[in-house]
Ligand binder design. Structure first.
Ligand SMILES: [Fe+2]
Ligand SMILES: [Fe+2]
Length: 164
C-alpha cells in the first residue's frame, strides 16, 4: 500500500538541503558571489522552515531524559539554535566580504568558517535520521501526523513513498 510518510519526506529534505549547500559552495569557489549569496539565503529559508516543522511536530515526541538511542528535545533544540546562529553569521560575513571585495585569503577564510557549519549540520541530520525520526514514527499522534503532512504538502516537500 502507498502511504505518505512525513518522516521519509523530512529525511529526503536533509539530502536536498545538503545538495543546496554544495551548490552554494560551488558558486563561492567559482567567485559567483551573487549566486552564492542567493543560494545561501535560499538554504537559510528552507532550513528554518524544516527546523520549524521538527520543533512543532517531532520534538514533543522526544523523551524528557536521555535514553538508549534517543535524546531529549533540548539536545535537538540546542543544535538548531547553534546551526541558525552559525548560518546567520555566515550570511553576514559573505555580505560584508562582497562589500569590501573578496580576496583569495578572504575566500579561504569563508570556506573554513563554513566547514564548521557543514559538519554540525551533517552530524545533526545523521542524529535525526537515526534517532528522532525513528522515535517520532512510533510516537507521533495521528492528528499531529495529519497536520504535519498537510504542512509538508503545502510547502511542496511531499512525495509519495511506500510504507512498510
Ligand atoms: Fe533538525
Ligand atoms: Fe532535520
Amino acid at each position: 500500500m502507498l502511504e505518505f510518510d512525513p518522516l521519509a519526506a523530512l529525511s529526503e529534505e536533509h539530502t536536498s538541503l545538503t545538495q543546496l549547500f554544495a551548490r552554494h559552495q560551488e558558486a563561492l569557489v567559482t567567485r559567483a558571489w551573487a549566486r552564492a549569496a542567493r543560494l545561501l539565503d535560499s538554504y537559510q529559508r528552507r532550513l528554518l522552515h524544516h527546523i520549524g516543522l521538527e520543533e512543532r511536530y517531532l520534538l514533543p515526541c522526544c523523551p524528557t531524559q536521555k535514553l538508549a538511542g534517543q535524546w531529549p528535545a533540548s539536545v535537538y533544540a540546542a543544535e538548531h539554535r547553534r546551526i541558525e546562529d552559525l548560518l546567520q553569521r555566515q550570511i553576514t560575513r559573505l555580505a560584508k566580504a562582497r562589500r569590501h571585495g573578496v580576496s583569495t585569503t578572504r575566500l579561504i577564510a569563508l570556506l573554513d568558517e563554513e566547514k564548521t557549519l557543514k559538519h554540525l549540520v551533517e552530524h545533526h541530520h545523521e542524529r535525526e535520521d537515526l534517532a528522532l525520526f525513528v522515535t517520532a514514527r512510533q510516537a507521533l499522534p495521528e492528528n499531529a501526523r495529519l497536520q504535519f503532512t498537510r504542512e509538508l504538502m503545502s510547502a511542496g516537500i511531499a512525495t509519495m513513498v511506500a510504507s512498510r
